[in-house]
Design a protein around this ligand. Structure first.
Ligand SMILES: [Fe+2]
Length: 146
């Protein structure tokens, strides 16, 4: 829960308020960092977000309460390369909110197995996200802001 709180309440808001607005309109942003093509290829080939999104959709159809919508930002649009990490922030938000709900014993009983599955989804999403930021996004940010 400490990791989840740090990521959702501290780290992602910091990126979205302090870092991403500074680079969102940079003309070289779309050129990407050293491993961006690798990560993009992995996403296109393996679609690692599809299973957690399918699982969440199913749980919501079964009555699990929906999280609040993720905030929108004036610097973000679907054509901006930052929409890729922001898709992960948004999915992480929905997984984290579902995990918090499923921590209640009565909800765990109502949705057996869901908590462990979503915890695993969240951990895997976070590991991919961190690897992508370390190998691609933050390397690029350092160049653009130097
Ligand atoms: Fe991030």
């Amino acid at each position: 829960m400490e990791i989840l709180h740090f990521v959702e309440a501290v780290h992602h808001p910091l990126e979205e308020q302090e870092l991403f607005p500074k680079i969102a309109a940079h003309p070289l942003l779309s050129q990407g960092g050293p491993l961006c093509t690798y990560f993009r290829g992995m996403e296109l080939d393996l679609a690692p977000q599809s299973e957690p999104r399918r699982r969440l959709k199913l749980l919501h159809e079964q009555g699990l309460p929906q999280a609040s919508a993720y905030p929108s930002f004036e610097w973000l649009n679907a054509q901006n390369p930052l929409s890729l990490p922001m898709d992960e922030h948004e999915l992480g938000h929905h997984l984290a909110e579902a995990i918090k709900i499923l921590l209640k014993p009565e909800m765990r009983e109502k949705y057996p197995g869901a908590l462990d599955a979503l915890k695993s989804d969240y951990e895997q999403l976070l590991r991919r996200h961190i690897a992508k930021e370390d190998g691609c996004l933050f390397v690029l940010c350092e160049k653009l802001l130097a």
